[in-house]
Design a protein around this ligand. Structure first.
Ligand code: TXA
Ligand code: MG
Length: 340
């Protein structure tokens, strides 16, 4: 299959709409990461998404809408918490898990009786939904297991020959996927952290919000997990990533001791590279959590272009937006952490 990579304009958007209506899969920009969009009501379109990514069939997709009226039929019930969250954070990078409605095919929800929904902030994504009146399911547009794509070229590198069209809407603003929150029970629970933080959500709901254990810890494959996506190894470049939890001084000393080994790289915060004797990539200042989130995935992909074999990464903080960075990085490292 030929894969077209077209700049976003009226013509390419119309082509995307035509393909979506025909049950095809299209790469689209969002404010978080690029998505692989397919009509959420069409099982054959959803199967194509899973095939294009090589995604395990038990990992459900997020449905994207462009206005609140579209929720009807996609969800069967909207709780007070869900309403409050939608009102405050949509359009934006928050996915709300609610009881599933009949309009979404069960393949999209991997057989669960709940569905994750979000209204993207990105104008191009919203225009495609609004003009087609097709709510689309969309996972991140990477091959399963690889870092999520934050620009159209990264989508092309993973998806060429697998889907007919990618719409190029430039670089994603946020760079990490949406915050996923379940409001199925009285205490809302964050299943995946993002740029909308626990504190942001608590300020709006005026009640405590919990964070699923799997956000920072390895979950047991055999146990029932709240969010199936949490159990898979994720976001991994070809290089092996190892997180080093230590002071900067100890980090530099440790990494420099490996300088004669082949393909060793450091992944550190801006300004920390001064005394390093190995090659490095920086991904934002230590205190600039937005920049870290924005750069993380492109940084991970960059290591492959550089031919890195082992990457020693400085450990991000576990709070605010950095929690989202930590959550992705620890998965890309397969939970391999060295503490010095
Ligand atoms: O920002 C985003 O959310 C991007 C863009 C394209 O919108 N999409 C995205 O999709 O990250 P994906 O498929 O890569 O991640 C969806 C996550 C998975 O961890 C999945 O397990 C979880 O959301 N999820 C989806 N539906 C769920 C449900 N009903 N219950 C629990 N977790 C769910
Ligand atoms: Mg993903």
């Amino acid at each position: 299959m030929e894969t077209k990579l077209l700049k976003a304009n009226e013509e390419s958007i119309d082509l995307a709409i035509k393909l979506l209506k025909q049950g095809e899969v299209v790469g689209v920009p969002t404010e978080t990461v690029y998505g692989l969009a397919g009509d959420c009501s069409n099982p054959s379109a959803i199967k194509k998404i899973f095939e294009a990514k090589g995604r395990p069939m038990d990992n459900p997709l997020i449905v994207h809408i462009s206005n609140l009226k579209m929720l009807k039929g996609i969800v069967s019930q909207i709780s007070t918490d869900a309403k409050t969250l939608a009102h405050h954070f949509w359009p934006g990078p928050l996915t709300i898990i609610m009881p599933k409605g009949d309009k979404v095919c069960s393949e999209s929800c991997a057989g669960l009786d709940s569905v994750g929904v979000r209204m993207p902030e990105n104008e191009i994504a919203r225009r495609i939904i609004e003009k087609s009146n097709v709510a689309f399911s969309a996972p991140s547009a990477n091959l399963s297991g690889k870092p999520s794509p934050t620009n159209a070229q990264d989508v092309f590198n993973d998806m060429k020959g697998r889907i007919p069209l990618i719409i190029d809407g430039g670089e994603c603003i946020n760079g990490v996927e949406s915050t996923v929150i379940s409001v199925l029970n009285d205490t809302p629970i964050i299943l995946r952290p993002g740029v909308i933080t626990k504190e942001d959500i608590e300020n709006v709901l005026h009640k405590p919000v919990s964070i699923a254990k799997g956000v920072t810890e390895l979950v047991d494959d055999n146990k029932k997990v709240l969010s199936p996506g949490m159990k898979y190894k994720h976001y991994s470049p070809n290089a092996k990533i190892v997180i080093v939890k230590s002071s900067l001084e100890k980090f530099v000393k440790f990494v420099n001791s490996k300088q004669n080994e082949d393909g060793i790289f450091a992944m550190c915060f801006d300004g920390e590279e001064k005394n390093l004797k190995v090659k490095f990539v920086t991904y934002g200042k230590l205190e600039d959590e937005k920049a870290q989130a924005h750069n993380l995935f492109s940084c991970l992909r960059h290591f492959d272009e550089l031919g890195a074999k082992i990457v020693y990464a400085r450990c991000p903080k576990k709070e605010g937006i950095s929690l989202a960075v930590y959550n992705r990085l620890i998965r890309s490292a397969g939970f391999d952490i060295i503490e010095l």
